[in-house]
Design a protein around this ligand. Structure first.
Ligand code: XMP
Length: 521
């Protein structure tokens, strides 16, 4: 039985057949955005499974192979036998063309990046679009000769056959990627296929996704107990809420307060999840252990390693106290899968280091539950809000695993964490008050390892220096320093120096990434 069949009964399904493209999940995500259910299956899936899913249409993904080589993936004959609409994308187009009698060549002119597509013949696929659009290409091979039953519908300069359609059947193929945002009207093309050509009802939504995931968790976990490391970040929080809905008290969350959290963080996590949402959360107050291990340590990498290792030890100790745990839940989301292993099809499951499960004791032998593994961050946030997690919690800036440990330059002490926590709180509180919080991607304070002279009243004050950092970024790989208003910075600086007597000076970081990283350590 299909794992989701209980929930998705009577819901139209678009099957995405995966040929190994880095964009396969993005295709599925676009289908979801159109309120249609989609399932991704590997290209060599058996016929039984396809019949069981009974899709209303099939999208063939791109892939890294060349159809000019033998033994590369091909579309199973059973797909054609279904007589339902097919859309081939990139490699999907090439194998479609080759299997139906066309010719594919390895072109000398490889095309990566933007290209102008000219629509030559009208097609349902391009309905409602301009004649010329910008498309995103990423291919070496291309179709040289159309299969006999096909018409050409669009070209680019380097790929004269950039889109084709079958003369009598609803089979379409495009060389470019409509699923990436660089293709203008990519959504229109996919919508034309999903809704107009396949006739899918747009009646699927986030609540259906939640029901599916709940069924999936129930089926997998049965009557067993599950453990989750709750960090208070979006991903682990949404995983916790989802599991709680699925299996209630069979879920135990461990929240480690390492003393390196933002002000009020531990209380907020406990209140949201334990008090308001009635989750089973064990809090481990471990500030002393972390600070003890960090004593006299100045090197950033060493600090990171110590924090990671200490976290593992504490999490392990808490986990071992619990009896009969069979599963470990993780808030892995799709970008983590890509970053860790480079590809979804890679079976090796690399675990996010700050979730710290790499070191779980051998005797626990836990199976993983990762219900968000194919979702993108904004989908996870959306799911979280439907599950009742407060919006403020879901929209918070990211916070690094090692926490304030990498925002205190040099040795970490309890006194410094207190000063930094207070300064950071003032900064964030004012960003929210001024309506600037959502306009920056991440903002925080840094404790600098120097003292400076100041004057307060008539008194000389030789005291600490706090750095403020705020950046704008989409992917956190590059970032621009945020041009926060001077008036705002002045106000924050005044508050910090006036309210925290250990601080005599505040500076603002005007470095972008690269070369500077977002965090200081
Ligand atoms: P950098 O400093 O590398 O940070 O420009 C990029 C993003 O990653 C976050 N970051 C971390 N997150 N564990 C995490 O979970 C870490 O060790 C870590 N180091 C940096 C950082 O806050 C920023 O959002």
């Amino acid at each position: 039985m299909n794992k989701f069949s209980v929930a998705k009964k009577n819901i139209d399904t678009i099957l995405v057949l995966d040929f190994g493209s880095q964009y396969t999940q993005l295709i599925a995500r676009r289908v979801r955005e159109s309120n249609v259910y989609s399932e991704i299956l590997p290209w060599d899936i058996n016929d039984e499974k396809i019949k069981e899913i009974s899709p209303v249409g099939i999208i063939l993904s791109g892939g890294p192979n060349s159809v000019t080589n033998s033994f590369t993936p091909r579309i199973p004959q059973s797909i054609f036998d279904l007589n339902i609409p097919i859309l081939g994308i990139c490699y999907g187009m090439q194998t479609l063309a080759e299997q139906l009698g066309g010719q594919v060549i390895s072109s000398d002119e490889k095309e990566f990046g933007h290209s102008e597509l000219e629509i030559i013949n009208s097609s349902l696929l391009f309905e409602g679009m301009q004649k010329k659009i910008n498309v995103w290409m990423s291919h070496g091979d291309q179709v040289k000769d159309l299969p006999t039953e096909f018409n050409l519908i669009a070209s680019t300069r380097s790929a004269p056959i950039a889109a084709m359609e079958h003369k009598t059947k609803p089979i379409y193929a495009i060389q470019f990627h409509p699923e990436v945002t660089h293709t203008t009207d990519g959504k229109v093309i996919l919508d034309n296929f999903i809704k107009n050509i396949c006739g899918s009802n747009a009646d699927w939504n986030m609540n259906d996704l939640i029901s599916e995931r709940i069924n999936e968790i129930k089926n997998k976990v049965g009557n067993n107990k599950v453990l989750l490391g709750l960090s208070g970040g979006v991903d682990s929080s949404v995983t916790a809420a989802l599991l709680h809905k699925a299996i209630g008290k069979k879920l135990t969350c461990v929240f480690v307060d390492n003393g390196l959290l933002r002000k009020g963080e531990a209380e907020a996590v406990m209140q949201t999840f334990k008090d308001n949402m009635s989750l089973n959360v064990i809090k481990s107050d471990s500030e002393d252990v972390f600070l003890r291990h960090l004593k006299n340590i100045e090197d950033p990498e060493q600090k990171r390693k110590i924090i990671g290792r200490t976290f593992i030890d504490i999490f392990d100790a808490e986990a071992l106290k619990l009896k009969d745990i069979k599963f470990l839940a993780q808030g892995t989301i799709y970008p983590d899968v890509i970053e860790s292993s480079g590809s979804e099809s890679n079976e090796a499951r690399v675990i996010k280091s700050h979730h710290n499960v790499g070191g779980l004791p051998e005797e626990m032998k836990l199976d993983l539950v990762e219900p968000l593994r194919d979702l993108f961050k904004d989908e996870v946030r959306n799911m979280g809000s439907k599950l009742g997690i407060p919006i403020e919690m879901l929209n918070r800036h990211p916070f690094p695993g090692p926490g304030l440990g990498v925002r205190i330059i040099g040795e970490v002490t309890k006194e410094k964490t207190k000063i930094l926590r207070d300064a950071d709180h003032i900064f964030i509180e004012e960003l929210i008050k001024f309506g600037l919080y959502d306009s920056v991607s991440q903002a925080f304070a840094v404790f600098l390892p120097i003292k400076s002279v100041g004057v307060v009243g008539d008194e000389r004050r030789y005291a600490e220096v706090i750095g403020l950092r705020a950046v704008e970024t989409v992917d956190f790989m590059t970032a621009k320093w945020a041009h926060l208003p001077y008036k705002f910075l002045e106000h924050v600086s005044n508050r910090i120096v006036n309210e925290i007597e250990e601080v005599s000076r505040v500076v603002y970081d005007i470095s972008s990434k690269p070369p500077a990283t977002i965090e200081w350590e």
